[in-house]
Design a protein around this ligand. Structure first.
Ligand SMILES: CCCCCCCCCCCCCCCCCC(=O)SCCNC(=O)CCNC(=O)[C@H](O)C(C)(C)COP(=O)(O)OP(=O)(O)OC[C@H]1O[C@@H](n2cnc3c(N)ncnc32)[C@H](O)[C@@H]1OP(=O)(O)O
Ligand SMILES: NC(=O)C1=CN([C@@H]2O[C@H](COP(=O)(O)OP(=O)(O)OC[C@H]3O[C@@H](n4cnc5c(N)ncnc54)[C@H](OP(=O)(O)O)[C@@H]3O)[C@@H](O)[C@H]2O)C=CC1
Length: 466
């Protein structure tokens, strides 16, 4: 394990502390094997391949491209063709007990209600795989929108095709498919708040906490179907056991989601994120965090211009004035592009049935239910989101808690700059208006004379009392 997980990384060491306590020689039980899904036989060496074929008893197939904007050729290669090749490899493993394929709850996001079944795609995966061999990139790019149809990206489309391949080419294999929704930080194991990549909400939590992203086109009432990563892992282990031991006659699909058991919506999540940013702010924020949700495209354009692009332009102007290279506009454009790709998932709600997942929960002994807990009904969202933000701060941003007072001080400074800026802007706008409009001038004289009269009356009444 020490070679797998660099021992000089404090956080990685912390992540594996608990398992090392329970099983000190855990590193002797793990061996990493190099593989590349883009290559024939995954570029696995002959010796490794022989060992894999003869010794493997369970496969958890997680590897995939999760990029939303991947060109179709690459997404098909990793999420469809490689799955087909892995199934072929699995069929040559005499000891194999179970093949667990990790898909996504959004593989059928073009539907509103999704059952634990495989839905057919209009194009046969085999035909698509074949056509990738002779079509050139330009033609593939041109036909991509037609192929993906009402799905938002190549990721969800190729994950759906991957499921079809699993279904069609399962042969005699003992297969199960798990469909997690939006995977988030750990809930309990090995400790709350662990997170290690920018996928899903993670990147946006950073952008919001640092004050870059202050509004988003999202439906506050839509279900935020986030599922903690340790819940997904616990379900994977339980599914592995059930598939190998009970050998169900058909391929079972398990939805690993939170929405129908313990729903939280984006509005509630936004409020809790802001409350946590207030308590434990991120360091050197660009602006004070804010979380405005709008479903209106025009309002969203307005907020993008006022709340995102304008401050970036002003900041770049300041950088230029002080002889530095401007960078904020470029960064903001990238962020807004990312946000536009995630918007599809925050403006809709889906219903996933969970009969198989509930059946599996009932099959576990009370002790196993505790150890391999995937019952999200017990999840306290407020606590979870707070730990999530703390995890993003510690493990992604690598910020120390000792810096919190300084971060709070910085936010107070930003608030004062904000008030000062708004007051100056108001006075300039008003001055310009007065210079141009008789009505504005009249309003101004009315307000001034009203204030004057009020003050005179106040002075007079206080003199009388004396
Ligand atoms: C106003 C309040 C807001 C409150 C917050 C509320 C939270 C809402 C959360 C909504 C989440 C919905 C997720 C839905 C997931 C569906 C579930 C799955 O199965 S899907 C499985 C999960 N799959 C995914 O989540 C994949 C999503 N990601 C992608 O597909 C691509 O990264 C890309 C197309 C977005 C950008 O491509 P490209 O332009 O080529 O650039 P690169 O890739 O090279 O990265 C560029 C920069 O962006 C950074 N960054 C990266 N990701 C995110 C992020 N999520 N976010 C932010 N930032 C992100 C990255 O670090 C880098 O920074 P830097 O180095 O420049 O400093
Ligand atoms: N994150 C989410 O919200 C959700 C994820 N999922 C699914 O969970 C699985 C894991 O996703 P996640 O952890 O988020 O994404 P990551 O990108 O972090 O993980 C993808 C994995 O695939 C491996 N991989 C990618 N390309 C290749 C390649 N060419 N050859 C060999 N291995 C490769 C990566 O290896 P390496 O680290 O070495 O690059 C990595 O281990 C995926 O199947 C995804 O579809 C499902 C629902 C939601």
């Amino acid at each position: 394990m020490d070679s797998l997980f660099p021992s000089d990384d404090h956080f990685i060491r912390k992540l594996f502390e608990k398992v090392k306590e329970v099983c000190p020689n855990v590193h002797e039980k793990i061996r990493a094997i190099y593989a590349d899904l883009n290559q024939n036989d995954f570029a696995i060496s002959k010796e490794d391949m022989q060992e894999l074929l003869s010794c493997t008893d369970i496969i958890f197939h997680c590897a995939a491209t999760v990029r939303f904007d991947d060109p179709l050729r690459h997404a098909v290669q990793l999420n469809v063709t490689a799955t087909q090749q892995l199934l072929l490899m699995a069929s040559q493993m005499p000891k194999l007990e179970a093949f667990i394929h990790i898909s996504t709850a959004f593989s059928n996001c073009n539907l509103k209600h999704i059952d634990e079944v495989i839905y057919p795609c209009p194009v046969e995966p085999k035909q698509l795989i074949d056509s990738m061999e002779w079509l050139d990139d330009a033609i593939i790019d041109e036909i991509t929108p037609k192929l993906i149809g009402d799905r938002p990206n190549t990721y969800t489309y190729t994950k759906a095709l991957g499921e079809m391949v699993v279904h069609q080419e399962s042969g005699n294999l003992n297969i199960a498919i798990i469909r997690p929704s939006i995977v988030g930080a750990t809930w309990q194991e090995p400790f709350p708040g662990w997170v290690d990549n920018l996928n899903g909400p993670n990147g946006l939590i950073i952008a919001a906490g640092k004050g870059f992203l202050r509004s988003i086109r999202a439906a506050p009432k839509a279900v935020a179907d986030v599922i903690p990563v340790d819940t997904v892992v616990n379900l994977m282990l339980a599914v592995g056991w059930y598939t190998a031991v009970h050998r169900p006659k058909s391929t079972l699909i398990y939805h690993c989601i939170s929405g129908n058991l313990n729903p939280c919506n984006w509005g509630k999540m936004g409020i809790q994120l802001l409350a946590t940013f207030e308590k434990v702010p991120f360091e050197r924020a660009f602006r004070r965090p804010n979380a405005d949700f709008t479903t209106n495209a025009i309002t969203n354009q307005y907020w993008n211009a006022v709340s995102h692009r304008a401050p970036a332009i002003i900041y770049d102007f300041y950088l230029r004035l002080t002889g530095r290279k401007p960078r904020m506009t470029k960064l903001m454009n990238r962020l807004l592009r990312t946000v536009s790709m995630l918007e599809y998932f925050v403006n809709r709600s889906w219903e996933w049935s969970t009969y198989n997942t509930e059946m599996l929960m009932a099959e576990l002994s009370p002790e196993d239910q505790r150890v391999f807990n995937f019952d999200v009904r017990q999840l306290n969202w407020l606590e979870y989101i707070e730990n999530y933000v703390l995890g993003v701060k510690k493990y992604l941003l690598k910020e120390d808690m000792a810096g919190v007072p300084e971060a709070k001080q910085h936010l107070r400074r930003l608030r004062n700059i904000h008030y000062l800026f708004n007051t100056a802007l108001f006075l300039i706008a008003w001055r310009l208006l007065i210079a141009r409009s008789q009505i504005a001038r009249n309003v101004w004289f009315f307000i001034v004379s009203f204030c004057y009269k009020f003050l005179s009356y106040f002075r007079a009444s206080s003199t009388l009392k004396v």
